[in-house]
Design a protein around this ligand. Structure first.
Ligand SMILES: Nc1ncnc2c1ncn2[C@@H]1O[C@H](COP(=O)(O)OP(=O)(O)O)[C@@H](O)[C@H]1O
Ligand SMILES: [Mg+2]
Length: 256
């Protein structure tokens, strides 16, 4: 039996940087099994650095990362994927000259699923994103931005991750398309996937997540229930003074 409040991912006081440049300076957070946690914060706060660290692309100088109680420090990215943690990176990295179908198949690399299970996985992806079935023979590079983001999410979900991390899936997308992508994330969570969502669309992220952490300058400046954080001073503090781009993003989030 899964305990709904059990911490599935635990990050304890990690320090991470690029060379000598410190970026994350003592970040701690928890993601409960089956939960939906959002990380919000302005551009340059360290959100992507956090996800890159969790997926093993960057090594923390110190601190601990536990998945289901087991340390992930020192594991290679492929091993971390093998433990069920998947990262949809910023900027939709797809095999642009391969078809939609091929990109989905590449999402299954290294797995040995039966034909029936493979079919079931494809059906599930196509149910969530029917456009990927319609366009299965088209090269990923010619899809619209929104379709590419759906494909990036689909490529991860076809592996059935236990924890899916998404880095700014809404970036550059029209509001109607953002809805489709985020609705799919909400649906995945309903089906049991644990979600860690990084977003600059703060309002939207806080509407769909259970809890949220606010990052500023490489530190967590607050966390709590997403709906309670929505109108809090913390959010304003994390964004005000961070420049007009971030202010505009907040406005967009409110009006969308
Ligand atoms: N590859 C890199 N090399 C050096 N510094 C980087 C690199 N990537 C990001 N940074 C720096 O780390 C800080 C945090 O960046 P990032 O994690 O991308 O923030 P966010 O995703 O919140 O916008 C920024 O100051 C950024 O300039
Ligand atoms: Mg980022």
């Amino acid at each position: 039996m899964n305990n709904a409040t059990e911490a599935y991912l635990q990050v304890k006081d990690i320090h991470v940087g690029y060379g000598r440049v410190a970026v994350l300076e003592g970040v701690s957070l928890e993601v409960p099994r089956g939960g939906f946690v959002a990380i919000v914060g302005s551009n340059g706060a360290g959100k992507s650095t956090l996800l890159r660290t969790l997926s093993g692309l960057l090594k923390p100088h110190s601190g601990e990362i536990l998945l289901a109680g087991e340390s992930m420090i020192g594991l290679e990215p492929a091993e971390i994927i093998g433990r069920g943690l998947l990262h949809v990176a910023e900027g939709r990295r797809l095999f642009r000259s391969q078809s939609v179908q091929d990109n989905l198949e590449l999402g299954l690399w290294g797995t040995r699923l039966s034909k029936e299970e493979t079919t079931r996985r494809f059906d599930r992806v196509h149910t969530l994103f029917p456009v990927l079935l319609e366009r299965r023979k088209v090269n990923a590079g010619v899809l619209s931005g929104g379709q590419q983001q759906m494909l990036a999410v689909a490529q991860a979900m076809i592996r059935n991750p236990s924890l899916l991390m998404l880095d700014e899936p809404s970036l550059g997308l029209a509001p109607s398309v953002i809805d489709k992508v985020l609705d799919a994330v909400v649906q995945l969570r309903k089906e049991g996937t644990t979600i860690l969502l990084v977003e600059q669309m703060v309002e939207r992220a806080l509407q769909i997540a259970d809890t949220a952490y606010v990052v500023q300058n490489g530190r967590i400046i607050g966390h709590g229930l997403a709906l309670e954080l929505k109108d809090s001073d913390l959010i304003r503090r994390a964004y005000l003074g961070a420049g007009t781009i971030e202010s505009r993003n907040i406005q967009k989030g409110i009006s969308a």
